[in-house]
Design a protein around this ligand. Structure first.
Ligand code: UDP
Ligand code: GLC
Length: 404
């Protein structure tokens, strides 16, 4: 049985004839949260959309498997290599590449009604495309636009381009929307549409599979915490490691990989586990495709972002798996979890607070169960795939109606 969150076939909301023709643009070849979300969205427009990627990789394969037309337009290295904290010189070196890429994308755009940029780099390129091809542009904003993440020049560039060339910004949380406005983005452009995740793959997990997975962890009946997410300093996996010596007998599964090149941090985490004497209780599983099963097999899900998490799909996934979720306060997290009602919120970068929260849940299974059940209900009600798709459709229809 396949338990991938994106393996559930879903029906397009409208028949293809009446579906708007959308050209989706994404810079990534690998699967991050933004790519999982776009996979769900593009699948609903399959037949009337195409996805252009600026890098090849597993994302292209997943889109193809889902029946979505996809093409790779490899970005020049000077463009793909620009980091979020790039220097002015690096940015200037990328300009010619961005314009070249925009001209190539514009050729594709002629056949579509609307351009949909999934993230910031695609938006920068698409801003020029929208102008060249005279098409409306939606920017699905999935990043927190603050100086903690971006250079000031990038913040200025992103908001200025958006203010001039973007018809609608879809923010993945109110926190993300607010950061956009705080950075100079026009408030009238932004609408929040939360991520939504299908519950079906979580419901499909059987107790036999859970028992087999637990056996594979090889930890007997010891408590197991799941820390799901890519390995990156701002995701804060080091804080959970810091807490581990104070949580005797507790094991942690770190599920995820350094997909955006944070390998040095991954190495540091392993060294930290050894230095803290917890290497036998910290298990690095790398990138996994069976998230619903793994989430169902752990005792709780802990998310330790040390900077504002824009949304955090893993929180909702933990709730769908009926697990108590402990998460750091910041960004979109408090919009998903109400402290002590549908999960626990702790301050970021605070290992002691994590120890108290995790220890408390382990010592009090009834309260852990109460939070898990409440979280499950919230995830079903407020973060369903249907709600995401309906929200996106509403924005697409509105933008097209205004453009006509
Ligand atoms: N994920 C996965 N395999 C892994 C680690 C993560 O499939 O080994 C998925 C996870 O289930 C979630 C997404 O990657 O759907 C991460 O999204 P999130 O919004 O939590 O964080 P992002 O990486 O986008 O910042
Ligand atoms: C980004 C954000 C994450 C969010 C995802 C989907 O990758 O880091 O918080 O859940 O996009 O919108």
């Amino acid at each position: 049985m396949n338990t991938n969150p994106d393996s559930v076939p879903s029906q397009p909301l409208k028949d293809n004839k009446s579906q708007p023709k959308i050209l989706f643009i994404d810079h990534a070849g690998v699967m991050g949260g933004g790519q999982y979300s776009l996979l769900d969205i593009a699948r609903h427009f399959a037949g009337s959309c195409k996805v252009l990627l600026f890098a090849d990789g597993p994302f292209r394969e997943r889109l193809q498997q889902a029946g979505v037309a996809v093409e790779v337009l490899a970005a020049p290295r000077k463009v793909s290599g620009v980091s979020r904290q790039a220097t002015l010189l690096q940015d200037l070196r990328a300009v010619a590449g961005v314009l070249h890429l925009a001209r190539s994308v514009a050729k594709h755009a002629r056949d579509y009604d609307l351009i949909y940029a999934n993230g910031q780099k695609p938006m920068v390129v698409s801003a020029f495309v929208a102008r060249l091809a005279n098409k409306p542009l939606i920017w699905h904003l999935r990043d927190t636009l603050t100086v903690q993440f971006e250079s000031r020049l990038h913040l200025w560039l992103a908001t200025t381009l958006a203010n001039c060339f973007v018809a609608r910004v879809i923010a993945n949380s109110k926190a993300t929307a607010e950061a956009f406005v705080q950075s100079g983005g026009r408030a009238d452009l932004v609408q929040t549409v939360y991520n939504g995740i299908s519950v079906a793959p979580f419901r499909a997990v059987t107790s036999e599979q859970v028992a087999a997975a637990r056996q594979q962890f090889g930890v007997g009946s010891a408590p197991v915490i799941g820390a799901f997410g890519r390995i990156a300093p701002w995701k804060g996996q080091h804080v959970l490691l810091e807490a581990l010596p104070q949580l005797p007998g507790v094991h942690v599964l770190f599920v995820g990989d350094a997909i955006f090149g944070e390998d040095a941090y991954g190495k540091k985490l392993r060294e930290q586990a050894v230095a803290l004497g917890v290497a036998d209780r910290a298990h690095f599983l790398g990138f996994r495709q069976d998230i619903p099963l793994l989430m169902s097999a752990v005792d709780m899900v802990v998310h330790t972002a040390v900077e504002a998490e824009p949304f955090g799909r893993v929180l909702v996934e933990g709730m769908l798996a009926r697990k108590p979720v402990v998460a750091t306060r910041g960004g979109g997290t408090p919009e998903i979890i109400e402290n002590d009602v549908s999960g626990l919120l702790v301050p970021p970068s605070d290992a002691k607070a994590l120890v108290v929260a995790i220890g408390g849940l382990l010592a009090n299974p009834a309260s852990a169960q109460r939070l898990a059940e409440a979280g499950h209900a919230v995830a079903l009600q407020r973060f369903s795939l249907e709600a995401l798709l309906a929200g996106v459709m509403r924005q697409v229809d509105d933008v097209l109606a205004r453009h006509r």
